[in-house]
Design a binder for this molecule. Structure first.
Ligand code: SAH
Ligand code: SF4
Ligand code: F3S
Length: 433
């Protein structure tokens, strides 16, 4: 059997697209290769949100060039770099055979046929992967089934390339969302994650995001329901109330702040200011006691002053997120922010270090609250270092724990927490105790 390898960078949406690409290849009779070197078909499923990930793609392509003289027949670039660069991918790497954008996944079989004779490209922004047949989707995550509820983004944050690569918003009808979830539950997935660039902007007919949460959480067999990413401008308190009411909606929310300074937020075109965000979080915390929050922060956006940067630090101290994905600002071609005055790199690096150090301290301190508690853990596998099981509490924090009994992946257990770390908790099985 011919073999394939799909290598994915980027967000959860892209990870799901990677699973979709792999599923299509398996339908066509390809078998997964253990390593790149063994593959006859390689697809790089790429991300262009910052310069770093984009550079990695072209570095990887030059490494793969030599495999083309061996058993590698078809080399493709998929994902957001493909959509953004289009023909320029062939110009920079002439040995690439396929360029396929994120909204053109269904074209893969045709592209593969065409690529046997000539270069093949599909980067239409009309298609959407919302129509992907759920029966053929093979998911790589051991416990979680991610389900796309909307594609694309209608915002125009001044730094962001995503609206360019993922196109305008398209929301999926509720019937087809529920159908995919039923298939996933039947296959044993008890954890469902709804995905969208701005998942809480989902609407269809008269129904909005809160209605969607209501219906999905009512599907029999859904034990843990999560969703991401939520845009602060559109997060309804009714959704927070529903989270509190429904046992199976996880008390976890990823809510990107981006910056603490209202002037910077305005330059970013985020459509909210610091007060709006902190008031929203206060409302959500009041509605959902014990909610665990995570966020994204961009450090050193063009023209950010020291005082404005410190406002981001103040927000971290005030809100106390459980995790923060922080990035140094990276100029993206064609975006308005790329024309603005950059913060010197050395200043940006230093600010980023300080922000990460502060957040590490917050997590070290706050995770200690779990020690001595018994929590519910869904097992995902064995821990990275081995010898322990690894799983997550409903609020997504990782727990590594010991157990005398053999445990199954995708089973739920009570675990007593004995130790805490900034990025995880540690304990022992407490079932039956
Ligand atoms: N739709 C989501 C996230 C999209 S991209 C939202 O609006 O929040 C994921 C994260 O990458 C963003 O939240 C942002 O923090 C970061 N990001 C996007 N563009 C960036 C850029 N040009 N430089 C640095 N970070 C960026
Ligand atoms: Fe990018 Fe803003 Fe859209 Fe998020 S909301 S994907 S940051 S443009
Ligand atoms: Fe990257 Fe595209 Fe996701 S740019 S973050 S893979 S939407």
């Amino acid at each position: 059997m011919p073999k394939y390898f799909v290598k994915t960078w980027g967000c959860q949406m892209n990870v799901l697209d990677g699973d979709k690409i792999a599923s299509l290849l398996e339908e066509l009779g390809y078998e997964k290769a253990d390593k790149l070197e063994d593959a006859n078909v390689i697809l790089l499923n790429t991300c262009s949100v910052r310069e770093g990930p984009e550079d990695k793609v072209f570095a990887e392509l030059s490494r793969l060039k030599k495999l083309k003289k061996k058993n590698l027949e078809i080399l493709g670039v998929a994902g957001c770099v493909a959509q953004q660069e289009k023909n320029a991918v062939f110009e920079r790497a002439p040995y690439v055979d396929i360029v396929m954008g994120p909204r053109s996944l269904s074209h893969l079989p045709a592209l593969l046929r065409q690529a046997r004779d000539q270069r093949a490209m599909e980067t239409s922004d009309k298609e959407d992967s919302l129509l992907f047949p759920p029966e053929i989707l093979r998911r790589s995550h051991p416990t979680k089934a991610s389900v796309t509820v909307m594609e694309g983004c209608n915002k125009r944050c001044s730094y962001c390339i995503v609206p360019e690569t993922r196109g305008r918003e398209v929301c999926r009808p509720i019937g087809s969302i529920l159908e995919e979830i039923s298939v996933a539950v039947e296959r044993g997935y008890s954890e469902i994650e709804l995905l969208g660039q701005n998942v809480n902007c989902w609407k269809h007919g008269n129904e909005d995001f809160t209605d969607l949460l209501d219906k999905v959480s009512s599907v029999a067999g859904v034990k843990r329901l999560k969703f991401m990413t939520s845009h602060p401008k559109h997060f309804p308190l009714e959704a927070a109330k529903l989270m509190a009411e429904r046992e199976n909606i996880c008390n976890f929310l990823h809510l990107p702040l981006q910056a603490g300074s209202s002037r910077i937020l305005k330059l970013m075109r985020r459509q909210y200011d610091r007060k709006f965000y902190t008031d929203l979080v206060a409302g959500i915390k009041a509605a959902v006691p014990g909610i665990v929050l995570s966020t994204d922060i961009i450090v050193a956006f063009p023209s950010e002053t020291e005082d404005e940067f410190e406002e981001s630090l103040e927000c971290l101290l005030e809100i106390r997120f459980d995790s923060v994905f922080s990035f140094r600002y990276s100029p993206r071609p064609g975006t308005p922010a790329a024309e603005m005055e950059p913060v010197p790199e050395i200043v940006a690096r230093e600010r980023h270090q300080r922000l990460m150090a502060l957040q590490l301290g917050i997590q070290t301190h706050d995770h200690a609250r779990f020690v001595g508690n018994t929590v519910e853990v869904l097992v995902e596998g064995v821990s990275k270092r081995g010898g322990q099981y690894m799983g997550r509490i409903p609020e997504t924090i990782v727990v590594n724990f010991t157990s005398d009994k053999a445990l199954k992946v995708n089973s739920c257990h009570r675990v007593e927490i004995q130790k805490s770390h900034p990025h995880s908790l540690e304990g022992r099985l407490a079932d039956g105790a």
